[in-house]
Design a protein around this ligand. Structure first.
Ligand code: TYD
Length: 214
């Protein structure tokens, strides 16, 4: 949709736990605002009041609290609410939506971590979400570094971080093959560099996408 400030752009960040994508999301939002764009900075699971309530259900507590199938339903329910109430209205107003994780995280964490449930994730996504980002930035990094950063935070949202290094290795490989599968919308950026260097490359890639869209 066209407005005074142009069409909305839907950007997502993906990566393993501790890859630094949340920091990069924030820096990108600040950068785009400085360029005069209206930006909505949001995250998954969460990003709307209802979805934030679901976030607590899925991220806190025992790692075995939910089966992978139940998680797919919970993450998709949260995403549907987030899409309806936050993402689509912002895009319709021509804003740039910067979202920390989206459906690619479900494809990986629920689709790969406990057996192969990717087809189930994709079916539910097609039925209930049916929307992919315009651009997805994968912050790629070695899981040993990522996990030590994530664990250093000492939070309560550790259900997935508790899965350990082996799972994170699998997630990293999975994200890289997802980037190849959806090569039209993915950009892979090396996250094992100083924050400013990563941020500069993110800004370059996003500005190119904004120009291409104009
Ligand atoms: P996030 O808050 O992005 O944590 P981090 O900043 O450490 O990357 O995500 C929280 C956790 O939720 C993360 O371990 C991945 C998990 N997750 C899923 O398992 N499936 C999903 O669909 C999403 C969006 C997140």
């Amino acid at each position: 949709m066209t407005t005074a400030q142009g069409r909305g752009l839907f950007l997502t960040f993906e990566g393993i736990d501790g890859s630094g994508k949340s920091t990069q999301c924030r820096l990108l939002a600040e950068h785009l605002r400085a360029l005069g764009r209206e930006v909505i900075l949001t995250r998954e699971p969460g990003g709307s009041p209802g979805a934030e309530e679901i976030r607590r259900l899925v991220l806190e507590g025992d790692p075995d609290r939910w089966s992978a199938e139940t998680e797919i339903l919970l993450f998709t329910a949260a995403r549907r609410d987030h899409l309806e109430r936050t993402i689509l209205p912002a895009l319709a107003e021509g804003k740039v939506v910067v979202c920390d994780r989206f459906a690619d995280s479900t494809r990986m964490y629920q689709g790969l971590s406990r057996g192969d449930l990717r087809a189930t994730v994709d079916k539910l996504h097609a039925l209930m979400i049916g929307r992919e980002p315009d651009l997805t930035i994968l912050i790629d990094m070695d899981p040993t570094t990522g996990l030590s950063r994530a664990k250093g935070r000492q939070g309560t949202e550790e259900r997935f971080e508790d899965f350990g290094l082996e799972l994170q290795e699998k997630m990293r490989a999975g994200f890289l093959s997802l980037a190849a599968e959806f090569a039209d919308r993915f950009q892979v950026i090396d996250g094992a560099r100083p924050i400013e260097a990563v941020a500069a490359e993110v800004a370059e890639v996003v500005e190119a996408a904004l120009v291409a869209q104009a």
